[in-house]
Design a protein around this ligand. Structure first.
Ligand code: DOR
Length: 347
């Protein structure tokens, strides 16, 4: 699958199913040009963008604004996700899914949960008819605050029932809790069309590592206990969790100070995971490549009918220090600043 020569290794290009490029609406946080430059530096060949934009891609004219910016600026294939609800509010009226379907990977209200079961069920029925997935941000604060894992897994549990009823392909975003992994494992055993992703920070950090009040550790869902991290790793190894997606979520320094959740991740994902998990013997390189390249490529193919190939050369022998001021992304928030890692993309 990959070959090694001197200090370098050739790996399949990665696909990130979950990034936030902030245009239209929030160009001061990230543009499509800077976000896609960061993706290339991270060894990616295609990315999927979340719809918390202004305007939200909730109808074809709004989506067209984003598609136009992608056409002008993207340095690699960038695939938008449409919102589930008008305004991407997690409630109210469903978006104009049918008119957007030919141009989007699927539908999500990432950033907020859709917690009205009747609304979610209708969204799933319509997505199913369109052959598109619901890409779910599971968060229902009526079950506890975001630090309570029930806010994630209770919302997931409810959605899995709806997915069983509707036959919709249901993709779970940024899984962070052990109970969620178990629910997904069982749903897969039951034959549901469910897939899932987690993010690098949930796999290499736990709450004991979090510096309280430091915005470099502030994202949603939050980093949980060591047992959650270990359950996510076990889920990745047994195939319950299909993909690692970064949830690359850049903000300005001022917005971070004001409490915006989100980390940047495109330029650190492979080096951090390779160093902490592969070099330390937690995952094999093949397992990591499956989660970052093969499995997300398969999902993207299912969602867009497009096939992506291509390899990227990495230096995996020369250590270096992660230095956020050198990032191509406009965001700087990362818990990995100062880490010594292996894995320099030679793109
Ligand atoms: O930390 C997060 N940041 N979680 C989300 O769900 C949204 C994202 C963002 O858009 O900044």
């Amino acid at each position: 699958m990959q070959h090694q020569r001197n200090n370098t290794i050739l790996l399949p290009g990665f696909v990130d199913l979950h990034v936030h490029f902030r245009e239209p609406g929030f160009w001061q946080k990230e543009t499509i040009a800077t976000g896609s430059a960061a993706a290339l530096r991270g060894g990616y060949i295609a990315v999927v963008t979340m719809p918390n934009l202004k305007p939200a891609p909730d109808c074809l004219p709004n989506l067209q604004q984003q598609l136009e910016l992608i056409k002008q600026q993207a340095q690699l294939p960038v695939f938008p996700v449409g919102s589930i609800t008008m305004g991407q509010l997690g409630k109210g009226e469903l978006s104009r899914m049918e008119e957007m379907a030919p141009y989007v990977c699927g539908f999500s209200d990432d950033g907020v949960g859709v917690n009205d079961p009747a609304l979610m069920k209708e969204a799933m029925q319509r997505a199913r008819a369109l052959g598109k997935p619901i890409i779910a941000h599971c968060e229902d604060l009526s079950f506890g605050d975001a630090h309570n894992p029930a806010s994630e897994y209770k919302a997931l549990e409810r959605d899995l029932e709806l997915a069983a009823q509707t036959g919709c392909h249901y993709h779970v975003c940024h899984v962070s809790a052990a109970q969620s992994v178990e629910l997904i494992r069982q749903a897969k055993k039951d034959g549901l069309a469910v897939t899932a992703e987690t993010a690098p920070h949930y796999l290499v950090l736990c709450d004991a590592d979090v510096l309280l009040g430091d915005y470099n550790y502030h994202m949603n869902p939050p980093i949980r206990a060591a047992a959650d991290r270990d359950a996510l790793l076990a889920g990745l190894i047994d195939g319950t969790i299909d993909c690692i997606a970064t949830d690359h979520a850049p903000h300005t320094a001022q917005d971070k100070l004001n409490g915006c959740p989100g980390l940047v991740g495109l330029e650190t994902a492979f080096p951090v995971l390779y160093t902490k998990l592969v070099r330390e013997g937690v995952l094999t390189l093949d397992q990591l490549v499956n989660a970052m390249a093969h499995n997300p490529r398969e999902l993207l193919k299912r969602w867009t009918n497009r096939v992506f190939g291509g390899s990227v050369l990495w230096d995996v022998q020369t250590p270096y220090i992660i230095e956020p001021s050198e990032f191509a992304t406009m965001g700087r928030a990362t818990p990995f600043a100062g880490w010594e890692v292996y894995g320099k993309c030679l793109n």
